[in-house]
Design a protein around this ligand. Sequence first.
Ligand code: ADP
Length: 408
Amino acid sequence: MKILVLNSGSSSEKSCLYELGESLPEHPQAPLWGAQIDWSSDRGPAELAARNCRGSVLKEQLSVESRASAVRRMLATLWESSVKVIEGPAVIDAVGHRVVHGGDYREAVDVTPEVKAEIARLAAFAPLHNSADLEGIEVVEHLLGAVPQTAVFDTSFHRSLSPAASVYPGPYQWLEQGIRRYGFHGISHRYCAERAAQLLNRSLESLQLITCHVGNGCSVTAIRAGQSADTTMGFTPLEGLMMGTRSGSIDPGILIHLLRQGAYTPDALNRVLNLESGLLGVSGVSSDMRKVAAAAERGHSRSKLAIDLFIHRLRSAVGAMLPSLERLDGLVFTAGIGENSPLIRAAVCNAFGFLGLKLDKDQNALRQEDRDIAARDSAVRVLVVHAEEAWAIACECWNAAMARRVTP
Ligand code: ADP
């Protein structure tokens, strides 16, 4: 079964093609083909990069008349380019989409006109993300006709949050208007919990975990017996941790102050909090942790401050998850920084020595894939898990395809 996965972000569009058989493999498989469009450059063409499982690589500059035409070109490299891996679109059996805001959906659903209407309605809460996701669904409809499509939501995993963890203490009418904590990165947090259970050779139901997705976007989740019990992102992916370009949580009084001064329109506030804050805003150097860390090494004081702040907030968030658990079995790190920065992992773990958590310094320094980096006598296991959101979406699509076989 050939499953295409689309992840339509505001600054990039990523896609993979997987080949899956009659049973789901225990470990993630490498895709047959993967491609990415980077929209982040304001000027000039978008960059398309694609590679296939034979190691062929294609790079192209796309004139961006419309995002949809660029996405169509990206998908067409599957069957007409130097990285082609299939004869034509007809051999694709199913398509899965990462949809950022899924409102009340508790699980992945087949895309129907009603589901599309709901994704469009929820775009009021996540304008950049849900509109791009819907566009991806429509490009696939246009190119691949009636192929089954599944929407996998970043919010679904957090539908298990209790009212105490999901309601904001504003007027009750907010809740009635849908203003509550939804939580995001759910596909990644759920995958990390399942992978942690595999690595520890334990059942998911027996584990109490804290998962830290630390990339450009950052969030931490408390997971009790496989269920999200608390998480740092809320109504939007802006709440919680300091991120690459996002501020994370700040005193809402700052916003009132800035609005009263007349310094910001709603759009300008959106830009400053989502695109000009975080590591980039504080350091003035970059949103990329590697560049900020290198500048801090050279003695750049704002970069050092940015890293200190990043660590302080990440530690605080991990600590804030503890009361939602009965004990801590495992602390899991994933995504670009979580997987690749021994410095950030050590800085977080060192704050939790009082729980009996001890890192194995050598394991922490190693560059390997999924592993346990806690010392043998640590009371808490510490795991590094490679983020596999596309694979997790492909597995949801495979499950949906199997369910369709049973109830056609
Ligand atoms: P996204 O949320 O866009 O998927 P990623 O998970 O790719 O982002 O994470 C990007 C972040 O990971 C960037 O801040 C980048 O600097 C950081 N990163 C990648 N490799 C390393 C590394 N070796 N050391 C520290 N940070 C790294």
